[in-house]
Design a protein around this ligand. Structure first.
Ligand SMILES: [Zn+2]
Length: 214
């Protein structure tokens, strides 16, 4: 959910059901060497435990690119006659705009490397996003409502709110009813300790992250 874009899903490599898709391009059916090479790469990736698909369906390359991007497959590899002549393939990470040319000799290693790099890249992006949308200054329901109104006006998400909670279910329920915010987790080391419950103002037993579920 955090990583999607206009083209659809962006799945972190570790959780992606398919991590790599191999797609023959150009007049590949007239050039058996292309599928031979892709079969070889497929087998090598599979042997390394990488979840790989080879799309040799009759759809156009453009259709396949869109389809696999929509599904969030992390890495796409294209191989056509001209690439083969140049001893290279084109590789594209789902979250990056540009394709890169990779030597066929290093293709499997490059794919492995890209899966790792992308995993870290997405995690860092998600952390930065969360930090940017975390708020620790809200102490009561009125403050939270104002924050929601302000965020909406700025067309920003209201994000995550660190707030105190007395532990009473009725307070949690009321926060949810009034703001649609629910408790997400109780951090071990919160960035701030909250002394009063966001709903009733009594002593807080916990300092909790609240957010809206989407
Ligand atoms: Zn309370």
């Amino acid at each position: 959910m955090v990583h999607g874009d206009e083209q659809g899903l962006v799945l972190p490599p570790r959780i992606a059901p398919t991590q790599v898709v191999l797609i023959p391009v150009g007049p590949w059916k007239k050039n058996p060497a292309i599928m031979e090479k892709l079969d070889e790469v497929f087998a090598q990736l599979k042997a390394k435990g990488i979840r790989v698909r080879l799309d040799d369906s009759d759809q156009s390359p453009g259709y396949k690119f869109n389809e696999w991007e929509l599904k969030g497959v992390p890495v796409r590899v294209e191989l056509g006659p001209r690439d083969l002549e140049n001893n290279q393939a084109l590789m594209k990470a789902r979250d990056e705009g540009e394709k890169v040319a990779v030597d066929l000799a290093n293709l499997v290693a490059s794919i492995e490397q890209e899966l790792q790099t992308m995993q870290t890249r997405l995690l860092e992006k998600a952390r930065a996003f969360r930090a940017e949308h975390s708020h620790t200054h809200i102490d009561d329901l009125e403050g939270l409502k104002k924050h929601i109104t302000d965020s909406t006006e700025k067309e920003e998400i209201p994000g995550w709110i660190l707030a105190g909670w007395c532990g009473d279910d009725a307070c949690e329920d009321n926060v949810k009813e009034e703001t649609k915010f629910t408790t997400r987790n109780i951090p071990f080391n919160p960035p701030a300790e909250k002394s009063t419950c966001i709903n009733c103002g009594n002593e807080a037993k916990h300092t909790v992250w609240f957010a809206r579920a989407y």
